[in-house]
Design a protein around this ligand. Structure first.
Ligand code: FAD
Ligand code: SF4
Ligand code: SF4
Length: 497
């Protein structure tokens, strides 16, 4: 059951039956079942771009918050890269005080409506939650992200900012340059502005948000919500300069040596797509997930007739990969009118890096999972368009250096699936422009910028964080890096007073 009205009625009845919350013992709290997320019906949602998950009602949020045991050691907070004081905000939700909850979250995060939606919570805060441990399943822990989303949405819908703009220290006269407007940079910029510095973000694209705007689809993360959270930075006085490519419009080194910036932060992300390196990749109808999703999200290809870009009308689509990006591409293809979408993945579902919820949603929507299958060749028509994908059947071998069992081809087991579009979603590498145009910056063999324990690069006063340092990671890890780098950059600026 995922219907809002029915779930809300059930939550209200349960709240009434529980009586006075102050009398609830820990055992009774932990016995309350996790509140499911209301969501659009799969048959309806694959025909629209609207958000799939609909959010808790106040009754559902209160009931979910009552599950929290208020553990004095706050194990959940230790699993949150930006250290949100989880029990304190959850208690405020249980008390029905959303403004207080928003203020607590705002101490640590500028993007609660975003993180509440896309954070891999079951691998972060929820993984450490005592309730999840009692139930021997992190998926049954207190639904911290859903509560965070509830707080952010309720505050925004009631006319306030999702989080109250943080107080800003008196002007220090110091200038800070930030490269990129993805989550790492936004977190860094927020903390530097909070400390009273003048902060300018330089973003290559015509919109801020990084992957939040161009990668993650509207049906998972509405763009108006991303924009609202970015606007909060502008309201704090951060200058956001769009269509500015550092390394092309202006070299990074000159921002420091000639333009008067005291420190810089590089959060340029990992937006360089990888391809599997198989024959047929140059055929018409083969896309990187980045291109496919950017056309759909940033350039709104789905709004045909009014969009700035066309899209490839495909009936049968194969998506290569098993991560969040692959799920997003597959689910977008369905919404763009594909009749059959197959996900081609070399290992089994257990090894898929995508969030469990994304896998479940993709399945509900009818995406076909071809696991233990490796793409070996894309076949084309005489006109040079995609007509089929050849797939090698695999079995799992011994664990590799990363602990995951490697796929081993089964000799002679190659088959073909008829497709007219292939989308490669097998990972992204670091954006190379800044390292290429800044030879002083040290990078590793995979093109990631090398930083020390203070997030400082090989160039003094240049800090870096997020995917450009970690390789493709997550929104909340990128934000955590941005905050850690801001602490170090602030310390540097106070040393050099
Ligand atoms: P980015 O978000 O990549 O932002 C970098 C920004 O820098 C971009 O806006 C780029 O245009 C700009 N830039 C680059 N070079 C320059 C330059 N030279 N000058 C100026 N600007 C520049 N993570 C999750 O936690 N949950 C999810 O569900 C999830 N789903 C994802 C789905 C997709 C399709 C993708 C691609 C990623 C997903 N991720 C998810 C990963 C997550 O989005 C990233 O880890 C995160 O956005 C990294 O943040 P960042 O700030 O380091 O970089
Ligand atoms: Fe959990 Fe992510 Fe929210 Fe932190 S930001 S509390 S890890 S959902
Ligand atoms: Fe609440 Fe779970 Fe955190 Fe304990 S670990 S305070 S139960 S959210």
């Amino acid at each position: 059951m995922k219907d809002t009205a029915a779930l809300d009625a059930a939550a209200r009845a349960q709240l009434e039956a529980l009586g006075d919350p102050s009398t609830l013992t820990p055992a009774r709290r932990a016995a309350i079942e996790q509140q499911p997320m209301p969501s659009q019906d799969p048959a309806a949602r694959i025909r629209n771009m609207n958000e799939v998950a609909l959010g808790y009602t106040p009754a559902m949020a209160r009931l979910e918050a009552l599950r929290c045991l208020q553990c004095p050691t706050k194990p959940c907070t230790k699993g949150c890269p930006v250290s949100i004081d989880i029990p304190r905000f959850v208690k405020a939700v249980a008390d029905g005080d959303c403004a207080r909850a928003a203020a607590v979250i705002g101490e640590a995060s500028l993007l609660p409506a975003v993180c509440g939606r896309v954070c891999p919570q079951e691998r972060q805060c929820m993984k450490h939650c005592t309730v999840g441990k009692l139930k021997k399943d992190p998926m049954k822990a207190v639904a911290i992200g859903r509560l965070e989303r509830f707080v952010a949405d309720t505050t925004r819908e009631s006319g306030g900012a999702a989080v109250a703009p943080p107080a800003i220290a008196p002007d220090t006269g110091r200038k800070v340059a930030v490269v990129g407007a993805g989550p790492a940079s936004l977190a860094f910029a927020c903390d530097m502005r909070r400390a009273g510095h003048s902060v300018t973000i330089f973003e290559a694209l015509h919109k801020g948000g990084g992957v939040l705007s161009y990668g993650i689809p509207e049906f998972r993360l509405p763009k108006a919500i991303v924009q609202r959270e970015i606007d909060a930075l502008a309201e704090m006085g951060v200058d956001v300069r769009l269509d500015f490519i550092v390394g092309r419009s202006r070299p990074l080194a000159k921002l420091l040596s000639e333009d008067g910036y005291d420190v810089a932060f590089v959060g340029s992300g990992a937006g360089l797509p990888r391809f599997p390196g198989i024959p047929g990749e140059n055929l018409v109808g083969v896309f990187s997930a980045n291109e496919y999703l950017t056309r759909s999200n940033l350039m709104r290809a789905w709004d045909e007739g009014r969009a700035d870009t066309p899209f490839w009308h495909a009936r049968r689509v194969a998506v290569l990969g098993g991560g969040n990006v692959a799920m997003d591409a597959a689910r977008t293809a369905l919404r763009l009118g594909a009749e059959e979408v197959s996900l081609v993945y070399r290992r089994t579902e257990a090894e898929m890096p995508a969030r469990a919820e994304e896998v479940e949603h993709a399945k509900e929507e009818g995406v076909r999972f071809l696991t233990l299958s490796a793409p070996v060749r894309i076949v084309g028509t005489a006109e040079g368009t995609v007509s089929a994908l050849e797939v090698q059947r695999c079995e799992l071998g011994e664990p590799g250096p990363d602990g995951r069992r490697s796929p081993v081809p089964v000799p002679g087991a190659v088959s073909s699936i008829q497709v007219d579009c292939v989308i490669a979603a097998i990972g992204n590498a670091s954006n190379p422009l800044i390292p290429l145009t800044t030879p002083e910056l040290k990078t590793d063999a995979r093109g990631r910028i090398v930083v020390d324990e203070n997030h400082e690069t090989s160039m003094r006063n240049v800090f870096a964080g997020g995917d450009i340092v970690l390789g493709a990671a997550t929104v909340i890890l990128a934000m955590g890096e941005g905050r850690a780098a801001a602490r170090a950059a602030n310390a540097r600026l106070s040393e050099n007073k």
